[in-house]
Write a protein that binds this ligand. Structure first.
Ligand code: PLP
Length: 392
């Protein structure tokens, strides 16, 4: 029987250590010595697994982390990277050269790479909004090789049907990669739903403490290993110190995310009836447009929610500035709660018209719910909304 996710988070990727350490030891060295040339060639030529050179990822601390990452997404193989963008860019270069279609909103850096930089290398890319999904099949028929999307998206938490999109893409010979950063493997496993890759900014929920930058790519051994040389030669491998720190964080992933799910639901419910709130976007609310799909493809609804504040952009800014427990900071997935106003951070580079086209109101505040007490977080929101309403 396959162990439960919590058990895998703790026990996967923890090789037997002769000294008795229950955790994979940290090897900070960049190189590893061999007893003979024959033994060295066995590793260099891939006949035997082993440690060789840290930038290649052939370092026991990194390899142990990758075993844990693969187990957590239910994948055959995983590669660990220095950042989420490193994982995405290596994936795009290895598997996206025939053309990449990105669905819905994505992280700003991803959009910049897809819209600006990859076309400079003659890699064709297309960005389709959720409302334009009808155009996807024609783009696949023209030969795009990779469909990429986040679900839920940032900041509107739009959901895409992973199983249906994988079926469509596969029918046209394309691969599917899902950025699973927002959901985390606790709430959603894209590979089990038919996607070929799960990609993560491990900087977020996997790291979970806002104190490391890392990325991860999971999938079949065959497809993931085609990314290996890109990571190696672009020098994108995670540092062993960070790999050890990330493995430490992964051991508590399920308890952190389950608590974040619960608290986010409490906040969403409390804010729904608040007179200062226009709209609460949270996949767990029964009236959220993607709720049925969320119930089908997610096990939990996540720790991210978005509030649309009554009174427009200025009111939203005043609320963001008045919050005390929620820190005004552009990231997510950590133990501390964060707030961002998408029009001043993640989507600042877009024109107001383009934000509106994407369904992103300037009055939105995106919350990343941490591990503080739910009542304290609700009280913080209430005091910030109250302070705003007192303004003339
Ligand atoms: N994917 C998502 C959904 C993100 O939010 C981010 C960063 O905010 C990234 C990818 C990029 O990750 P990193 O900052 O680790 O490179």
């Amino acid at each position: 029987m396959k162990p439960d996710l919590s058990t895998r988070c703790i026990h996967a990727g923890e090789p037997h250590d002769p000294q008795g350490s229950p955790h994979a030891p940290l090897y900070t060295t960049t190189t590893f010595r061999f007893p003979s040339t024959a033994a060295l060639l066995d590793v260099v030529e891939g006949r035997k697994p082993g440690a060789l050179y840290t930038r290649y990822g052939l370092n026991p601390t990194i390899q142990a982390l990758e075993d844990k990452l693969a187990a957590i997404e239910g994948a055959e193989a995983a590669l660990a990277f220095a950042s989420g963008m490193a994982a995405e860019s290596a994936l795009f270069l290895a598997h996206g050269r025939k053309g990449i279609v990105c669905l819905g909103d994505a992280y700003g850096g991803t959009l910049e790479l897809l819209a600006g930089q990859l076309p400079e290398l003659d890699i064709p890319t297309r960005l389709l909004l959720g409302s334009e999904l009808g155009e996807l099949e024609a783009i696949l028929i023209q030969g795009a090789g990779l469909v990429f999307f986040e679900t839920p998206t940032n900041p509107a938490l739009e959901l895409f049907d992973i199983a249906a999109l994988a079926e469509l893409a596969h029918a046209h010979g394309a691969l599917v990669a899902v950025d699973n950063t927002f959901a985390s493997p606790v709430n959603q496993n894209p590979l089990a739903l038919g996607a070929d890759f799960a990609v993560h900014s491990a900087t977020k929920y996997l790291g979970g403490h806002s104190d490391l930058s890392a990325g991860a790519l999971m999938g079949s051994r065959e497809l993931v290993m085609q990314v290996w040389n890109w990571r190696k030669n672009l020098g994108q491998t995670i540092a062993p110190e960070i790999a050890s720190q990330l493995a430490r964080s992964l051991r508590t992933l399920t308890v952190r995310v389950q608590r974040q799910n619960e608290t986010a639901m409490r906040i969403a419910q409390a804010m729904q009836t608040h007179p200062g709130i226009e709209r609460v976007l949270y996949p767990g609310l029964p009236d959220f447009p993607g709720h049925d799909l969320a119930c089908r493809q997610m096990r939990g609804f996540g720790g991210m929610l978005t509030l649309e504040i009554k009174g427009g952009v200025e009111a939203a800014t005043r609320v963001a500035d008045a919050l005390r427990l929620f820190a005004l900071a552009p990231s997510l997935g950590g133990v501390e709660s964060l707030v961002t106003q998408p029009c001043t951070t993640t989507h600042h580079g877009l024109t107001p018209e383009e934000r509106a086209r994407r369904g992103i109101s300037d009055a939105m505040l995106r919350l990343s719910v941490g591990l503080e007490d739910a009542d304290d977080l609700i009280a913080d929101l209430n005091q910030a909304l109250g302070a705003t309403q007192e303004q003339p």
